[in-house]
Design a protein around this ligand. Structure first.
Ligand SMILES: Cc1ncc(COP(=O)(O)O)c(C=O)c1O
Length: 408
């Protein structure tokens, strides 16, 4: 059996009678593809710094240039962020020990919510302890059976799962295609509808055509939620994301973003009108029935927000690094898909074996990028994703390009 002919999609349903026993064929496939799948679930020895280590099966820490972390502004060890988190850790202790609805929130949580509302130009904001969980909570809280959510064809799986959890119907429109969105909205006239799009797409790094998509939403009388996970703090003159970059902030109903990317932390927030946020505090189950973020995490996020919005230096550095890296890849003849941002795919196309062979070589040579296989991406669109950071130096970018050149 050529194990590279199979992907995760082939084992999804499983064939065993007992759901607690995974399909034997899956286990066998995992064994046979271990040479390839060791690229997944790597363990870092130094956190998501530009230079980190990966701890191999031999227990040794191998140095790598890190282009796999979402630490876009390099804030994970910024002195002000660390100081704020450390202080809160000492003052408030390790855990929140309660749901935000009952007992888990602190004055730091409230202050951050107010700052995020102001930052996004909304009436109110609320925090979630997970990015994925925040999306699930928001969508399952707002939608119900019979509703239709029109999702961009490349929307993150947390948005799709949130719609499914609500019992609403997910309908995908062609990626970033206003005409297809219009067609599909019209196919579902009569249902309560909402449109879900992202600011910067998480694998291909393209900025959504939000103005044109919003024209369609408005002509159909339908609201939009934008997921700014990869765009918050990283784009827009003051870091308010794609909605600011494209001048459409006032036209978007709900603003959702995670703290796991440029904030270099964990969790998420959603911001919008006072009434909808108040409603969600009661109906987003992942908020009401899950412990609040620890105060130390909240304090770190708050400080990261201050650092990132104080001026545009980190954003400018990020944009400069990203352009330099993309240009370097193009000079090597590598297709970077539609990326115009710090999220840069290195397109492999079809061919799982090549993906993993090149992936292993890149790792061995000390470049840490993430492989993307079907079904996360189309079968003919396999790729690596490089996340550029403002913390990368020019030497880091050049060294990474040299490794790509040697391995491609
Ligand atoms: C676009 C997008 N939305 C939401 C999430 C979920 O965020 P988190 O990883 O913080 O749970 C991700 C994660 O990568 C993402 O890329």
């Amino acid at each position: 059996m050529d194990a590279t002919r199979f992907s995760l999609a082939d084992f999804f349903l499983g064939f065993n009678d007992d759901p607690l026993q995974p399909d034997e064929a899956f286990t066998e496939w995992r064994e046979q593809t271990r040479w390839a799948t060791t690229l997944f679930e790597p363990a870092m020895g130094h956190g998501p710094d530009a230079h980190t280590t990966l701890v191999g099966e031999d227990g040794e820490a191998h140095p790598v240039l890190n282009f796999a972390s979402y630490n876009y502004l390099g804030l994970n060890k910024h002195p002000e962020v660390l100081a704020a988190a450390e202080q809160a850790l000492r003052d408030y202790g390790t855990g929140s020990c309660g749901s935000p609805l009952l007992s888990g929130a602190t004055d730091l949580h409230r202050r951050l919510e107010h700052k995020l509302a102001e930052f996004t130009g909304r009436e109110a904001a609320m925090l979630f302890n997970s990015g994925f969980g925040g999306a699930l909570g928001v969508l399952a809280g707002l939608l119900r059976k019979g509703d239709v959510a029109l999702l961009d064809g490349r929307a993150h799986i947390c948005l799709i799962d949130g719609v499914k959890l609500a019992g609403a119907r997910p309908v995908l429109f062609d990626h970033d295609d206003p005409a297809d969105l219009d067609k599909r909205l019209k196919e579902h006239v009569g249902a309560r509808r909402v449109v879900l799009a992202e600011g910067i797409y998480s694998i291909h790094g393209d900025v959504a055509k939000l103005p044109e998509l919003l024209d369609v939403c408005e002509s159909n009388g339908v609201g939009m939620l934008v997921d700014e996970a990869h765009s918050v703090l990283t784009v827009g003159p003051t870091g308010r994301g794609a909605v600011e970059l494209l001048g459409v902030s006032d036209r978007v109903g709900l603003y959702y973003a995670t703290f796991s990317k440029a904030f270099a932390s964990i969790g998420s927030f959603v911001a919008g009108d006072k009434e909808v946020i108040d409603y969600l505090r009661w109906y987003a189950n992942s908020y009401a029935f899950s412990a609040a973020l620890p105060a130390s995490v909240v304090a770190g996020i708050d400080a990261a927000l201050d650092v990132a919005t104080r001026d545009d230096s980190l954003r400018n550095q990020l944009a400069e690094n990203a352009a330099c890296f993309r240009d370097g890849l193009h000079a090597l003849g590598i297709d970077t898909g539609p990326s115009t941002t710090h999220v840069v795919p290195l397109m492999v196309g079809k061919g799982r074996r090549r993906l993993y062979e090149v992936g292993n070589k890149l790792r061995e040579q000390g470049l840490f990028v993430s492989p993307f296989d079907y079904p996360s991406v189309p079968d003919d669109g396999l790729c690596f994703r490089a996340c550029v950071s403002a913390a990368h130096t020019r030497e880091d970018l050049d060294a990474a390009l040299q490794i790509v050149k040697a391995c491609w």
